[in-house]
Design a protein around this ligand. Structure first.
Ligand code: SF4
Length: 319
């Protein structure tokens, strides 16, 4: 495919977005570098539909860089409660500290400074630069990868060539519409099975459509390690004893009942993390451990602190 055709292809995607894009998504109006940053971090590992409520809640409390300036790490974690991949909350905390201490409270508008911030890699920097600053930088998220693999009939992901193609197809004159458009096209039309090619603005440019064969990029398979852990639910006067102390090596900084690894190979629930399969069991107790520090929370207060989702759900149904 020639470069000129690729450019034309970008324009078709931008035009399609104007009439068909999901312009009502909350991060697509009142655009600011801060809002784009928060939304992109949330969308790194979270589906759009789930991210909407979390984004609204986050922006309600911290609408801009000025209001988040003095936020504690705990308060950012609390807004992240249930969203998973909690390292992202910690990155937001660390990055906002740097933005205020090193960049005079303003989001950097150049690539090198952006990728120096925790949690911001090449694609997130590309999203901030293109969507918030109107600069022609490419993005390579899951939807863009999918669209590229289809347009160019690529069966295997190769990072270097995918970045190059993502750059080649940019509509540099309408970068905002293009970026939103290519992501929407990936999620709304270019589904893994039965893509809606008849509705797609680039169906005449798309090699997969022309061949009527649609590659699916395989996800890297990750071997999940099985772990067995037991939580001790300690309740007194309608309050639960919660601690941040644990030796798990994940879920750092989150509140939870005292927990320990167990040898028993049975569980009440199974919860999957990216590299682990957690086999979780619960046991009621009225003995607070002597050697663990923590605090007592009633159910209403539990909703205000950051707790891993499966543990929060269990406490919620506790009678
Ligand atoms: S024509 Fe079909 S396969 Fe090609 S990008 Fe569009 S929806 Fe995807």
């Amino acid at each position: 495919m020639e470069i000129t055709q690729r450019n034309n292809l970008g324009e078709k995607i931008s035009n399609w977005y104007v009439d068909n894009g999901r312009q009502n998504l909350p991060w697509r109006h009142s655009i600011s570098p801060y809002r784009v940053w928060i939304s992109e971090i949330m969308l790194q590992q979270t589906q759009v539909n789930t991210a909407i409520a979390y984004f609204d809640q986050f922006i309600d409390k911290y609408p801009d860089l000025e209001t988040i300036k003095n936020a504690s790490e705990d308060s950012i974690y609390a807004l992240w409660s249930g969203l998973g991949y909690y390292r992202r909350a910690s990155y937001i905390y660390q990055a906002k500290e740097l933005i205020h201490n090193k960049f005079k409270g303003k989001m950097p508008n150049n690539y090198d400074e952006l990728v120096s911030l925790p949690g911001i890699g090449r694609s997130t920097a590309g999203a901030i630069l293109s969507i918030a600053f109107n600069k022609p930088y490419p993005i390579l998220d899951a939807n863009v990868k999918k669209v590229i693999s289809r347009i160019f009939f690529k069966k295997d992901f190769d990072e270097k060539s995918f970045w190059k193609l993502s750059e080649d197809i940019l509509d540099t004159k309408n970068i905002f519409n293009f970026q939103q458009g290519v992501m929407d096209l990936g999620s709304q039309l270019c589904s893994p099975k039965n893509p809606k090619c008849n509705l797609c603005p680039i169906n005449t440019n798309c090699e997969s459509n022309l061949r009527n064969e649609f590659p699916i990029l395989l996800k890297r398979s990750i071997k999940q390690k099985k772990e067995y852990i037991e939580f001790r639910i300690i309740k007194k006067n309608h309050k639960y004893f919660m601690t941040k102390e644990n030796d798990l090596g994940y879920w750092n900084n989150l509140w939870m009942p005292p927990v320990q690894a167990v040898n028993r190979h049975k569980s009440d629930i199974i919860h999957k993390l990216s590299h682990r399969e957690l086999n979780i069991s619960f046991r009621n107790s009225n003995q607070k451990p002597q050697n663990i520090s923590g605090e007592w929370f009633d159910k209403k207060e539990l909703a205000q602190i950051a707790i891993p989702k499966p543990i929060f759900n269990r406490l919620l149904i506790d009678g």
